[in-house]
Design a binder for this molecule. Structure first.
Ligand SMILES: NC(=O)c1ccc[n+]([C@@H]2O[C@H](COP(=O)([O-])OP(=O)(O)OC[C@H]3O[C@@H](n4cnc5c(N)ncnc54)[C@H](OP(=O)(O)O)[C@@H]3O)[C@@H](O)[C@H]2O)c1
Length: 319
């Protein structure tokens, strides 16, 4: 390991010592993670910010996924392989990779992250390291929601709510590239951007009730939850499938509309990232960046994500 970044096994990281609002985020020294035989240690260049990050910080998942404090936050990242475990064949020091981190082991808002070698993939040629750092959660979730869970096929019709968010932007492009008819919801200012990604129909949810504008959908992929998710059941054809990243299946609405609500199956490993990398390199997908921050600005990055107004991905430069 090189440079003064990693003096005596220490590094800079953004950690929390307790759950709470964005004031609990601390940019401080932490230990460089241990590397086991199947691991890859990556020198992180950029970390992506996702709503999951502030939800973890707030303690939304503290029962299901308890964190050992102090905990380094962050899931998405991209950077350069620093070191590999003795069983690792797929990667070598110097490779540029992107990946999800296991934040229960040590998150991505850090100079170094160790992950199992089945998690990363090589950064696609068509993306910068910064762009690649924003891909795993959003594009992996969209892929898993549309195809693995809902089974979307060419020629089918899909409604994507929250089409200007990180997951929505990925979903619009993935659904379009799979040959689906794509309807999406966003606010007026973001309608042109969502259309430019290939959506066939874009509805301004602030002025129009989307459930009166679309019908006969094969699939709904909801990224908003709450009342939006509840109203979305009505746009499906009989037997249509609804999947949400932000809410649970509702059995009474399923029965009322004769549709199928499936819980999201969301596993993003290096194999899926390789498939996504090919779609980027074939020109089927692109990244939309909202804003770049530094690690010392992490509070502002979380506040922007938590505003639910981000148009595309938020990224943090790790120095
Ligand atoms: N379960 C999982 O594994 C998983 C994985 C990934 C994400 N998620 C969840 O999925 C949700 C979306 O994630 P994300 O990264 O896409 O979030 P995001 O990037 O923060 O989404 C922001 C976007 O949401 C739009 N939006 C807000 N309210 C809306 C509404 N009522 N109707 C339509 N659009 C609306 C905003 O558009 P306007 O500014 O135009 O309003 C904004 O562009 C989050 O709750 C996240 O936690 C879950």
């Amino acid at each position: 390991m090189s440079g003064n970044k990693n003096n005596k096994g220490m590094m800079k990281a953004v950690r929390i010592h307790e759950y709470g609002n964005s004031d609990v985020l601390r940019y401080e020294d932490a230990e460089v993670p241990q590397v086991n035989g199947n691991d890859v240690l990556v020198r992180v260049e950029y970390a992506g910010v996702n709503p999951m990050d502030w939800k973890v910080r707030e303690g939304y998942f503290k029962e299901a996924i308890p964190l050992k404090m102090p905990a380094t936050l962050g899931i998405d990242f991209a950077g350069t392989v620093e070191k590999v475990g003795d069983k690792v064949k797929r990667f070598k020091p110097g490779d540029k990779v992107f990946s999800r981190a296991d934040f229960t082991r040590g998150g991505s808002y850090a100079e170094y992250v160790a992950v199992d070698a089945n998690q990363p993939a090589h950064v696609p040629k068509s993306l910068s390291v910064k762009e690649a750092a924003t891909v795993p959660v959003a594009y992996g979730t969209a892929y898993n929601g549309l195809f693995t869970t809902a089974g979307l096929k060419s020629g089918q019709k899909v409604l994507i709510t929250g089409a200007s968010g990180g997951v929505g932007i990925a979903a619009v492009q993935l659904a379009k590239s799979a040959g689906a008819y794509v309807a999406g919801t966003t606010s007026a200012a973001n309608v042109p951007m969502v259309k430019s990604l290939g959506a066939d129909q874009v509805i301004d949810y602030t002025s129009t009730d989307f459930s009166k504008q679309v019908s006969g959908m094969d699939v709904v992929f909801d990224t908003v939850g709450g009342d939006t998710l509840d109203r979305a059941y009505a746009v499906l054809k009989k037997g249509g499938v609804i999947v949400s990243t932000a809410g649970q299946p509702n059995a009474s609405l399923e029965a009322k509309y004769g549709v199928v609500a499936r819980p999201l199956k969301n596993v993003t490993d290096g194999k899926l990232l390789e498939d996504l990398a090919r779609l980027f390199d074939n020109g089927k997908l692109k990244v939309v960046l909202e804003k770049e921050f530094t690690m010392s600005d992490i509070k502002a990055a979380h506040d922007l994500s938590q505003s639910r107004k981000a148009r595309g991905k938020i990224v943090v430069r790790v120095e």
